[in-house]
Design a protein around this ligand. Structure first.
Ligand SMILES: *Cc1c(COP(=O)(O)O)cnc(C)c1O
Length: 377
């Protein structure tokens, strides 16, 4: 069952059972002028706010020690389980500043639910939604000055959890740490949305049946780095992976879902059947496409079918989607035996329109008719 069904009502108030986070304020926060410079020209994931939120877990004590502390290095015993067996998961979402100064997040309860599912798959403890949302609220509250105001800027939030027990035995860790760190980010496409070129990998797969493809875990990313590097060396920006069983069906990119738009206005995307990460952006876009009257199908898409459609013009647009870039048009698709331009190689009208609709909702410029926004500040 999909975890990303649209909630019936907007969640714009704080949860009633909000946990309390003890705040240990940084003794040396980044000076105002340095922060202003960082906010004026943010580069993805390079600069972090003054604090981080943290919750510890042990099998004996459960979740405890909810706190906000100064951002800084973690001290790890060399035997810490995550360093050996990669028992780790993460999330990615954003805090958006609206024109009136208020700060909002987009469907954070969907990220909280996915985080619990990822935890389950990686045999990590499941963090309650109130703790997940409370940790984000606490951090954004303390570091509110770090939420940028520029167009299409935001504060990127990175919740993550790792196995922290110092033990080399191969079993689920009896201790875990949950943290949230935050980094101001600028418009992903400075100077206009730019299509990317995609290499379709025939040599590697991102995920296999029964594996961890549906969980947001660091290990999936580790496995995608070599294919990414090889594609880059060939002159391509990203990799699209095929299913591991037949090698004939599209799955997704290393960190983004993929959607195909047909010239007749219909839209298709591969179904989430265990090897694909169910993106919050993907599900939101499918909703907006349906609202706009597009026929939307979640069905297997054969690479051969896509190639034929690109060649005869029945496929008009292909885009990738995820929180960081929202929607990225795919301008070129190639592999060992083909090299095709998508449409005219530029961002197509459906991609452009839906991207604007989604970002308008996120930044409070359009009505939040699906109750997707949660106020943080
Ligand atoms: C995070 C992620 C996505 C996109 O998910 P969003 O919730 O839209 O950000 C897609 N694919 C993979 C493999 C991911 O890790």
């Amino acid at each position: 069952m999909s975890t990303l069904a649209t909630p019936a009502t907007a969640q714009t108030t704080a949860p009633t059972s909000a946990p309390t986070f003890e705040v240990h304020a940084s003794a040396n926060p980044v000076p105002d002028d340095e922060r202003a410079a960082a906010l004026a020209a943010p580069r993805f994931g390079t600069v972090f706010t003054d604090h981080m939120t943290r919750i510890s877990w042990s099998q004996a004590d459960g979740w405890h020690g909810h706190r906000v502390e100064p951002y800084g290095p973690l001290q790890l015993d060399p035997a810490t389980a995550v360093l050996h067996y990669a028992q780790e998961i993460f999330e990615g979402l954003k805090a958006y500043r609206h024109a009136d100064g208020s700060v909002w997040s987009f469907r954070p309860e969907a990220n909280a639910a996915r985080f619990r599912q990822s935890a389950h798959r990686l045999a990590l403890p499941e963090l309650p939604q109130d703790d997940f949302l409370g940790a984000i609220r606490a951090l954004v509250g303390v570091d509110r000055a770090w939420v940028p105001t520029g167009e299409e800027t935001s504060l990127y939030l990175r919740p993550f959890m790792y196995a922290s027990e110092a033990f080399l035995g191969v079993r689920a860790s009896l201790e875990a740490e949950f943290l949230v760190i935050a980094s101001p980010v600028g418009p992903y496409f400075a100077g206009g949305v730019k299509p990317v070129s995609i290499w379709v990998s025939r040599d590697y797969h991102r995920a296999g049946a029964g594996g961890t493809g549906a969980a947001k875990c660091g290990g999936n990313y580790a496995a995608s780095l070599l294919p990414q590097q090889e594609a880059y060396a060939k002159g391509f920006e990203q990799v699209c992976f095929l299913d591991d069983r037949t090698g004939t069906q599209l799955e997704e990119l290393g960190g983004m879902n993929v959607v195909v738009v047909y010239a007749d206005g219909s839209v298709a995307t591969p179904p989430v059947s265990g090897t694909i990460l169910e993106g919050v952006t993907r599900s939101s876009i499918l909703r907006l496409l349906t609202d706009a009257g597009h026929e939307v199908a979640e069905r297997p898409i054969l690479l051969d079918e896509l190639r034929a459609g690109l060649a005869d013009g029945s496929v008009s647009e292909v885009f990738a989607c995820g929180t960081a870039a929202v929607m990225t048009p795919i301008g070129r698709l190639a592999s060992d035996d083909f090299d095709l331009v998508v449409g005219d190689g530029q961002a197509g009208p459906v991609t452009t329109r839906i991207r604007a609709e989604l970002t308008d909702i996120q930044y409070g410029r359009a009505a939040d008719r699906h109750g997707w926004l949660t106020r943080l500040l």
